[in-house]
Design a protein around this ligand. Sequence first.
Ligand SMILES: Cc1cc2nc3c(=O)[nH]c(=O)nc-3n(C[C@H](O)[C@H](O)[C@H](O)COP(=O)(O)OP(=O)(O)OC[C@H]3O[C@@H](n4cnc5c(N)ncnc54)[C@H](O)[C@@H]3O)c2cc1C
Length: 482
Amino acid sequence: MTSDPRSAVVVGAGPNGLTAAALLARAGWRVEVFERDALPGGAARSTAALGPGTVVDLGAAGHAFGAASPVFRELELERHGLEWRHSRYPLAHPLPGRPTAVLHRGLEDTAAELGRDARAWRRIHSPLTADMPAQLENLLGPMLRLPRHPLRLARFAPTALAPAGLIARRCFAGAPARALFGGSAAHAIAPLGHPFTGAFGALFGALGQTSGWPVARGGSQAIVDALVAVLHEHGGRIRTGVEVVDLRELPAADATVLNLTPAQVLRLRGPAIDGLRAGTARRLGRWRYGVGVYKIDYLLAEPIPWSDPRSAEATTVHVIGGPGELERAEALAAAGRMPDRPFVMVGQQQVADPGRAGGTGYHVVWTYAHVPHGYEEPREGEVIDLVERQLERFAPGFRDTVVFRNATPPAALEAWDPNLIGGDVAGGASTGLQALLRPGPTLDPYRLGPGLYLASASTPPGAGVHGMPGAWAARAALADAP
Ligand SMILES: Cc1cc2nc3c(=O)[nH]c(=O)nc-3n(C[C@H](O)[C@H](O)[C@H](O)COP(=O)(O)OP(=O)(O)OC[C@H]3O[C@@H](n4cnc5c(N)ncnc54)[C@H](O)[C@@H]3O)c2cc1C
């Protein structure tokens, strides 16, 4: 006689929900995923939002963490069609009145262009680049645990703990190194004066200089499709168009995995939520959400007319200006004030993945600006205007190339994917202890209660399409199964 397999229900089919589901299904569990949207993928979906044949990443586009993700490798997503595509440079940062700074896919190549800052550049990044897989084992999981490679982690600690702005000013003399480091740190979407932002700067930079910041061929959707393929291969199912509001609506299961952020967990109903320990409910209730993003996708008649042609050879371009402007913009957005010169992340995925415009002959360009949490424009078109002014500084004539633009303000992002609260794409602010302890101070971030697990960007190691929160939550469920 065989016993029934263990069972799991997963609420939300973002990359973390799907990763947890795929791992549990692969372990022989009966798995059902419930997703409110019409299609799975969460903030890693792609659609033809700019017309037939176009491929637009609705959320994530650049995959520094995806390409390095241990669980994506374990799930053999490449076997299911995922292909990483690289541009010549992972990152370009145009600077006012001087050549664009570029990050190369090699520490020495990057350092070679940084002149007197070359030594400091190596010193900051080599503790990571020297053994990236070991450092990722240290960093892509809960912070309150014994590290797998303590000596290596200790070497990274001085940079990791310090504010990125301080490191940029103290360690580097020139604008190129300061801008490259600060811009990488700005992926934390936190003011660069905050502790731990140094960790983001060094880690993003080190990933770029090892495995790169690639895009997925055919769009980020290829990552989702590969995760779904693994899930289906092992008998798992996805039910779309189902918004879960009460956990009692779900089939009984050994494990319930929530691919949600803390505020959404607390809005759910059912005995498992009512029965949350007071400390857990309090911790979730104290969770803070951070700076929002305002996304604009463009269809252009020709590639962006960058003043410095090297900017055209990078999939990611940081458009802000000098390092001082970057610090100011990030501090203002976090303080709830719209910067007149916002930080604009530009994605030229088509440079690495030429099929993004279909047969239209146009150019698909993805951008977002950091704006205050939940920002509502006082007049329609304000942020579009500010973003395009920024682009015009480094690519004069940009506006003349625009065939069509599609704007998605913070409220529209949240309406599309409720995990993006106030346009916060990181599942909660990465400021203060929240940068490390997600969701709040706990030794056990993935367990909410008996049989109830949290797997989202609000758990370690945080935001990004890498599936690691899903992997840790699945491991917790597997470990709890008698
Ligand atoms: C504009 C933008 C740009 C980004 N850029 C990058 C990037 O370049 N690189 C990168 O690595 N990351 C990027 N990110 C962040 C990345 O997309 C997220 O960190 C990642 O998607 C988080 O995954 P998740 O599975 O935790 O949540 P999500 O991807 O948000 O998925 C959550 C899912 O749960 C569903 N859901 C919510 N509530 C319910 C409910 N009650 N019932 C059923 N289903 C529900 C949602 O519909 C959604 O499908 C970006 C995000 C955005 C929005």
